[in-house]
Design a protein around this ligand. Structure first.
Ligand code: SF4
Ligand code: SF4
Length: 430
C-alpha cells in the first residue's frame, strides 16, 4: 500500500501519497498550477519553468511537474509574489522572441501561450528579443512554423512515446535550438506517418493542419461544380466542442443543417460506406479462412496506420485487408454510381470529406486508391477543426440551427458504421 504523508499547501494541511509530484498533489487539493511543457504521462521535463512553486527551505523555486512530495511536513507555496513574478517573467521572455502574430494565427483564442500571458498579466512587452527567421515546413497534411515554437518538446514526446515514430527532435543547441527532423530534413522526406498527434499536443500555432478551406469555398462558389460532402462517424460528436457544447455531444442534425447552409449540393454520411468497408472486409476474411489466405487479416481503413506499417513493418503488409477505407469507397461511389444515376459528369463533381485525422489528406493522394481514372475520388479533406472554421467564417450560428437530415447515396438506412467513431468500433461493426 502506498505510504501517506502530511503536507501543507498554502498553509492548509493535506494528506497525500508520498512520491507524487507537487503538481499532482496540488491538483488533488483543487489548486491549479499553470503548465506549458508538461503533458500528463508523456512529457514531464520541467523545462519551461511556468509551473514553479516555492518549497519552504529550498534555495530556489522548483518545477512542480517533476518535484516530488517526499517529506512529512513539507510546505509548498503556489501563489506568493515571488512565484507569480517568476511565472510572469518566464512567459514574457518566451514572448520576447515569439513572432506574436496572434491576429492572423489559426490558434488565436485557443493558444495556451496566449492564455497564460493573459492569466499572468503580461500586459506589456518588457523584453525585446531577437526574432529568428524560419522557413515553414509545408507537407500535404501539416505545416510547421518554428517562429511560433516555444521549444516545449510536447510534439517530440508525442511522436516518440505515443506513436513510436521518432522523426522529430531538437536540432542545434542553446538559442539556436529548433524542433525538426534530423539534418533539417522536411517531414516530407522522413518516415513521418502523418498521424497529426504532434499538432494535437502543440500549445501554440507552431504546428497546424494544412488547410483546404479556401479551395472548398472556391468550389462552392463555382456554379459549374456539383459539390458533395460526407462526414466521418466521429465528426458529429467532436464538432460541438468548437461551439461550446460539452465534450462528446452529438450534434449530427445541426451539423448537417450547417453543411447545407454552406452550399453543399448533397450531404452524405460516411457511416454507410463504413458499412460497405465492413461487408467487404468480412467477405475477404471468410475468403482467406476458407481458401487459406494470409492470416490474421488486419483492417486497412486507417491511413495513419497504413503509413506506419508500410514504413516500419513492410514485411507485414500482406496481412492488410485489400479493401478501401470508408472515405475512398465514398469517393469512388460518388464519381461512378452517383454520377451515372444523376447524369452528372464526374469531372464536374467536387468530392469533399470531413475527417477526424490529417492522415486522410495523404490517403486521397495515393494513386492506387482512386477508381476515377481522370482524377482523384476525393478532391478535398477537411478536418473537424477546418469545418468549424468554415461554419464560423460563413457567419452560420450553428447552435440556433434545426436538425437537418443526410442525403442518401444509395438509399441506405441505419448503419453499423456509426460505431467506427469509437475505439474498437470497426471490429465490433464487423
Ligand atoms: S505527424 Fe505523427 S509521425 Fe509525423 S511528426 Fe507528427 S507525431 Fe510524428
Ligand atoms: S512545435 Fe509546438 S509542441 Fe513542438 S516544441 Fe514547438 S511549441 Fe512545443
Amino acid at each position: 500500500m502506498a505510504e501517506l504523508i502530511n503536507i501543507k499547501i498554502n498553509g492548509k494541511e493535506y494528506t497525500v501519497e508520498k512520491g507524487i509530484t507537487i503538481l499532482e498533489a496540488c491538483k488533488q487539493a483543487g489548486i491549479k498550477i499553470p503548465t506549458l511543457c508538461y503533458l500528463k504521462d508523456i512529457n514531464a521535463i520541467g523545462a519551461c519553468r511556468v509551473c514553479v512553486c516555492e518549497v519552504v527551505g529550498a534555495r530556489s523555486l522548483v518545477a512542480s511537474c517533476v518535484f516530488p512530495v517526499d517529506r512529512e511536513g513539507m510546505e509548498i507555496l503556489t501563489n506568493t509574489k515571488r512565484v507569480l513574478d517568476s511565472r510572469k517573467t518566464t512567459v514574457e521572455l518566451l514572448l520576447s522572441n515569439h513572432n506574436n502574430d496572434c491576429n492572423s494565427c489559426v490558434r488565436s483564442n485557443k493558444c495556451e501561450l496566449q492564455k497564460l500571458a493573459h492569466d499572468l498579466g503580461c500586459n506589456e512587452h518588457r523584453y525585446n528579443g531577437i526574432k529568428q527567421q524560419f522557413e515553414e515546413d509545408v507537407t500535404p497534411y501539416l505545416i510547421r512554423d518554428n517562429s511560433k515554437c516555444i521549444l516545449c518538446r510536447r510534439c517530440v514526446a508525442a511522436c516518440d512515446k505515443l506513436q513510436h515514430v521518432h522523426v522529430i527532435g531538437a536540432n542545434n543547441r542553446g538559442f539556436n535550438t529548433s524542433i525538426g527532423s534530423a539534418y533539417e530534413l522536411s517531414l516530407n522526406d522522413v518516415p513521418c506517418v502523418a498521424c497529426g498527434q504532434c499538432i494535437n499536443v502543440c500549445p501554440t500555432g507552431a504546428l497546424r493542419e494544412r488547410d483546404s478551406i479556401d479551395e472548398v469555398f472556391n468550389a462552392l462558389n463555382d456554379k459549374t461544380k456539383h459539390v458533395v460532402v460526407a462526414t466521418a462517424p466521429a465528426v458529429r460528436v467532436a464538432l460541438g466542442e468548437e461551439f461550446g457544447y460539452p465534450i462528446g455531444t452529438n450534434i449530427e442534425g445541426k451539423m448537417v443543417s450547417a453543411l447545407k447552409m454552406l452550399g453543399f449540393d448533397k450531404v452524405f454520411d460516411v457511416d454507410f460506406t463504413a458499412d460497405l468497408t465492413i461487408m467487404e472486409e468480412g467477405t475477404e476474411l471468410l475468403g482467406r479462412i476458407n481458401k487459406g489466405g494470409k492470416l490474421p487479416m488486419i483492417t486497412s481503413c486507417s491511413p495513419g496506420w497504413i503509413n506506419y506499417i508500410e514504413q516500419y513493418y513492410p514485411e507485414l503488409t500482406s496481412h492488410l485487408s485489400t479493401v478501401k477505407s470508408p472515405q475512398q469507397i465514398y469517393g469512388a461511389l460518388v464519381k461512378s454510381y452517383y454520377a451515372q444515376k444523376n447524369n452528372i459528369n464526374p469531372a464536374d463533381i467536387v468530392c469533399v470529406s470531413v475527417m477526424p485525422c490529417v492522415a486522410k489528406k495523404t490517403e486521397m493522394n495515393r494513386e492506387h486508391v482512386n477508381a476515377y481514372k481522370e482524377g482523384k475520388d476525393i478532391d478535398y479533406v477537411l478536418t473537424t477543426r477546418e469545418l468549424a472554421r468554415m461554419i464560423k467564417r460563413a457567419g452560420i450560428d450553428l447552435p440556433c440551427l434545426g436538425n437537418g437530415n443526410y442525403d442518401r447515396l444509395m438509399g441506405e438506412g441505419t448503419t453499423a458504421g456509426l460505431i467506427f467513431g469509437v475505439t474498437g468500433g470497426v471490429m465490433e461493426a464487423a
